[in-house]
Design a protein around this ligand. Sequence first.
Ligand SMILES: NC(=O)c1ccc[n+]([C@@H]2O[C@H](COP(=O)([O-])OP(=O)(O)OC[C@H]3O[C@@H](n4cnc5c(N)ncnc54)[C@H](O)[C@@H]3O)[C@@H](O)[C@H]2O)c1
Length: 694
Amino acid sequence: MTAITDVVDLEVRGKIALVTVDNPPVNALARGVRDGLFEAVTQAREDAAVEAVVIVCKGRTFIAGADIREFGRPPEGKLIFEAQDVIESSPKPVVAAIHGTALGGGLEVALCCHYRVAVESARFGLPEVKLGILPGAGGTQRLPRVVGVEKALSMMTSGDPIGADEALATGLIDAIVSGDLSERAVAYAEQVVEEGRPLEKVRESNDELDAARGKPEIFDGLRKGIARKTRGFLAPEAIVQCVEAAVNLPFDEAIRFEREQFVKLVTSHQSIAQRYCFFAERQANKIPDVPKDTPQRPIRRVGIIGAGTMGGGISMNFANAGIPVTIVEAKQEALDRGLSVVRRNYERSASRGRISQHDLEERLARIHGVLDIELLADCDLVIEAVFENMDLKKDIFRKLGDVCKNGAILASNTSALDINEIASVSGRPEAVIGLHFFSPANVMKLIEIVRGNETGGAAIATCMALAKKIGKVAVLVGVCRGFVGNRMLFARTVQSEKLILQGALPWDVDRVLYDFGFPMGPFAMYDLAGLDIGWNPKTSRGETLRNRLCEMGRRGQKTGAGYYNYDPETREHTPEPEVASLIRDYAKEKGIALRDIDDEEILQRCLFPMVNEAAKILEEGIAIRPSDIDVVWVNGYGWPQYRGGPVFWADSLGLDAIVARMKEFQEQDGGDRFWQPAALLEQLAREGKGFKDL
Ligand SMILES: NC(=O)c1ccc[n+]([C@@H]2O[C@H](COP(=O)([O-])OP(=O)(O)OC[C@H]3O[C@@H](n4cnc5c(N)ncnc54)[C@H](O)[C@@H]3O)[C@@H](O)[C@H]2O)c1
C-alpha cells in the first residue's frame, strides 16, 4: 500500500488498483482527497500491471460532499474537475464502491466512474440546493443522463437522497453487493475486465436527454410543482435551467453554463445565508455547560397528556421513530377524537404514497389511548399538552411527580407559561423541562427546549438527542414569556396591529411580509389562528378592532371571514372593503390620523421590533448565542432561510442603521417606549459591531 496523500492510499491487488480515501469524518472532498484521487488514478493508469481501478472510502461513508469550509476561498491543489477528468478519461475501467452516503461532490465523482456498486444501506443525492447552490461539478449534466430528466430534477431541486434499491432501479448504480465492500468491488472490477465490458462514460450517454428533447412540458410541470416551496430561492430555478441546457446544448457548452450558474450562486447573499443556517443548526446542539458526554436516559416509552391539536401531532413523531406512546385524555370522547385525527393524518400520508399501508398500521399500533394518568408510571418521558392554563398544568405536574418512575423526564409543551412555576410542584424540578413543539407538530421541524432554573443536564442532553432522533431541530432556550420565538412574534404582532391604525391596510402588511419571504403575513395568520382567542362575547363592547370583527361574526378562517373573506372551497382569501372602512372609522373615533405608509416602512416597523427583542433575549441569556435565534425563526416561523434569520438579516443591514431608524419611529410615535433600543443593540451599533461579534 502506498500513501498518495495523507488521506488517500493506493494498493494494487492483482490487476486491480484499489484507491482508498480516508478523510474523517465524512471523507469530504478536501484538497488532500482531490490531489490524492488525481495522483492515485494517474499512477494506476500508468501502471502496466493494473487493468482496472476501484475507488472506495474508509470510515462511515463514501465521499459525502465538498468541504464547505473551502467555499468562497481560492481553490488550492487539484480542482475537482481535474480529478474527475482523470477518472472519466481513464482507458482502464474505474469502479466506485459506495457505502454510507454518496452526496454532492461525492456522487459527482462517482458519476465519472465507469461503474458504480454499492451496499444495500447506501444513499445517493445531490443536496447542494439546501445550501443555496447547485451541483457544480457536472452533477446537473451527468445525473439526468443516468436517471432521466424528471428524476434528476426532483432529486436536485429537493436535495433529498435516494436509497440503493431506487438507485439500482434508475440505473444510478450497476449492482448492490453484500459482504466486504472493497473485496466485492475488486471482484466486480475483475469481472468487468474479464468480460471486456465497455468504458461507460456518462457524459457520452444521451438516450435519456434525447427522450426529453422538445418536451418543455417536463420543465414547466416541475417548475409549477415546486413553485410554492421554492418561492424566492434562486438555486432551484438555476438547477432547472442547467438541466434544460443539458438537454439542449452539447456537453462542454452546458458544463460551462453550469459553472457560470454555480459561481453566481456560490457568491450570492442567499447562499451565504443558507450556509450560515447550516452551521447555525449544528452549533445549536452545543450547550456549553452540558458536555457531549453527559449521561443520557434511554427513552423507550413516551407518555403524552392531552390528545388535542398538539398532543396528537407530538405522539406521531415518536410513533414514526419506533417509540411506543401512551396518550392520556380527560374524556373518552376527546380521546376518540384525538386518535381519529392521528389516524386521518396517517391515512393522508399513505394515500399520497409517503408511507406504506404497513407503516400506517405499525405506527398507529404504537399509539395507545388511556384515561388514567397512573398508566404513565413506566414512561421514560411524559409530555404534557393540555390547555394553556397554569393551574391545570400544575395539577398535572403534581400528579406526575407522584406517578412517574424515578428518572423519568417530565416535559410541558406550554407556549409561554413559566416552566419554573410548573416545575415547583413536581417534587423533582431537575426532571422538568419545556418541549415546545410547533403546530402542526408532526410536520414542523423546530422544538424549543426550555431549561428551567433547576433542569438537570441529563434531562437537557436526553431531550436534545431525542429531538434529533425524531428528525427535529432543537434549540435550548431559557424561561421567559413566549421563550425565543413567540416572544419575538409578540413584538411583531404589536406593531402589525398598530400599523393598520396608522394607515396601512392588513393586506398591505401581509403583502410586504409575504414578498419578504414569509409563507403568510400576520393578518392571514391571525385569521388562521382565530380572532376570537381570548375574546368574550358577553363583555365585548367593541373596544378593539379585533373585538369589533368578532362581534360582526368575522372570527377568522373558520367562520369564512376575518380580516379577509375566505372562499369556502379553496380557502383562498380576498380583501374585504368593509374591513377597510371599519378600520378607518375606528381610527377616526380614536382621533388617529391615517397616513400613507410605504412598503419599506411596513417591513421595518414589523421586523425591527423583532431584532430589538432578540437583543433583549441575548442580554438576558435566554438564548445561548445569536445564531440560535435564527435557527428558531427559520425552522419554526417561516423566516425565509435565504435571508439567514432575523439576527443575520439585522447584521447585514447594519445595527447602527436599525437603531437610527427605531429612534425615528419613536419620535414619530410620540416617544413610544416600545421603540427604545435594547442596551445591547445600542452598544453594538455604537461600536460598529454586529450580533456576529458577540
Ligand atoms: N396549538 C398550537 O399551535 C400550539 C403550539 C405550541 C404549543 N401549544 C401548547 O400546547 C398545549 C396544548 O395546546 P393544543 O392546541 O393542543 O390544545 P387543545 O385544546 O387542542 O388540546 C388540549 C387537550 O387536552 C385535553 N385535556 C385537558 N385537560 C386534561 C387533563 N386533565 N388530562 C388529560 N387531557 C386533558 C383536552 O381534552 C384537549 O383534548 C398548550 O399548552 C398550548 O399552549 C399549542
